[in-house]
Design a protein around this ligand. Sequence first.
Ligand code: WT7
Length: 653
Amino acid sequence: MSQTSSGHLDHVLNEERLFPPSAEFTQQAVIGSREQYEDLYRRAAETPDEFWGAEAREHLHWFQPFEQVCNWNTPHVEWFVGGKTNASYNCLDLQIASGHGDRVALIWEGEPGEQRKLTYNDLHREVCRAAGALRQLGITQGDVVSIYMPMTPELVVSMLACARIGAIHSVIFAGFSSEAIADRNNDAQAKLVITANGLYRRGKILPLKETVDEALEKSPSVKNCLVLRRIADQPTPMTEGRDLWWDELVETQSDDMPAEPLDSETPLFILYTSGSTGKPKGILHTTAGYNLWAKRTFQWVFDHRPNDVYWCTADCGWITGHSYVVYGPLAAGATCLIYEGAPNQPGPDRFWDIVERHGVTILYTAPTAVRAFISWGDEHVDKHDLSTLRLLGSVGEGINPKAWMWYREKIGGGRCPIVDTWWQTETGGIMMSPLPGITATKPGSCTQPLPGVIPKVVDESGHEMGVDEGGMLCIAQPWPGMLRGIWGDEQRYVEQYWSTVPGMYLTGDNARCDKDGYYWIMGRIDDVINVAGHRLSTIEVESALVSHPSVCEAAVVGRPHEIKGQGIAAFVTIRDAEPDEKLRDALRQHVRKEIGALAQPDDVRFTASLPKTRSGKIMRRLLRDIAAGEETSGDTSTLEDYSVIAKLRNDEE
Ligand code: WT7
């Protein structure tokens, strides 16, 4: 963070194109006029208690009404104090009570091609049974349950079953190592692990249970392990007295089990995420505020209508899967598609095949996926009819204008608005995003804050920056979906989020706000590089590189430079080109032309792929070390492919 202590951020991404929604889209939109948005925004900002009180009464079920809307005692907040609700009730029973019991809640597709559809009635029954099984295993309110499962309906069922009885789920992405599982089990003192006897990934079976067994050797708090038989006839080690089969325990339970009325601030889940140190932090979210935030942001941003088939491609192992596969869309009565496997199995057109066969209307995915599709070639998209799509979403990192345009033209047929949603594990739900019926979008900008979000771009003393001046992005008022803490680490919570700019939530991102009030995320605070006294966002250099026809993906990091303080090192993957000196020069010239001499990379390295965490984020820390010629350091438990690093190192020698 030291790099933010002086000077200003130079922004060099000049994107002037503007894409307003069609009149047709606007006419039918959930938020269909600027005035409507401005009214919501003003009321949420000026009279938040009145605004959120009314929202909560209308959009959640209350077993007992709340007495106070918001109790803000910096940096701790409580929402809807004294009220009792239940997130599983809001997602299931409330839908059934509103007459939507026969509506499809989940459409599931396994990687090998199996399909299942569960209505809200079906899902309710499955969740009740699973909740009964949890009770039978002695799980009660406040107990932590680790969930390490493939993207199956049972993963969603497990989460909602915990919510139903007030147990706290900690979903661990099913690509993490046994080491990472054990760390999380121990940090949260989990009592139960729910897993499966395998999952399909790129045509292969990954034996999850063996990995969990290794973790359980080092997880003394865990008493039981509940195992879904995802793969019939798969030999599975089962430990007598500890391990139980899902089909034996869950399917024999009662079909009805009333949801427990829970205080608004009852912990709903912990989700571990990487921080600036090596140790992952358990981000804590609670029941009422989070559920309301997930539901309302889903309705606003995805413009949800009853006939939509909505597909968020995120795994429930990440926050996107929590908020926009489970708690947002189900509380809104949506039909959600989930898919177990890889986007290129059996072929690179799997996504488009799914969209066509199920008539997907809303697609929410990540820029890293979009860039992969681009590199695989348009012919895989062209084979399919994507005309049911009406809205596209993006999340996880900034989307380069070039990828944005391809997404819009190739996938959206030029007619679908793109919502580039900025948010974080900590924010619980989307904070800034276009509203598809009213926002004229600019490629690469997450545009404007949602009602209840008061963003400020500030310097280290808390002074607001001017138009187009980069600075630290903070949030000035609490919102219902805000994290409530880091599990077991109050000090880190205060230091990380509340100590840099007093009284404001520090997002850790840099941003600027342009003359139209649109926000542009400029990367993490620690990704910012300082070249000869100029602060540069690595994302901007990456965008420039990616706009070159031979470049697929680019990652840019700073590295020590004798004269300039920091130099720029770029790692690129290429297509249809030779990785030679000529191309290296061409790319440096290209960046110089796109941005200016100050952004020209000192070093361009070609690589077959970039080291990424399993959620698809480029591991910049590793690249920085490689660029600087240092040993790798810190937590690499989230690393997708170690061989990538080995390769980059060898190239150096
Ligand atoms: C960080 C949060 C949000 C759910 C998935 C990731 C970056 C996320 C965007 C966006 C630019 C983005 C930020 C943020 N980020 N969305 N639309 N534009 N940057 O959640 O793992 O908690 O990561 O991802 O840097 O702080 P996460």
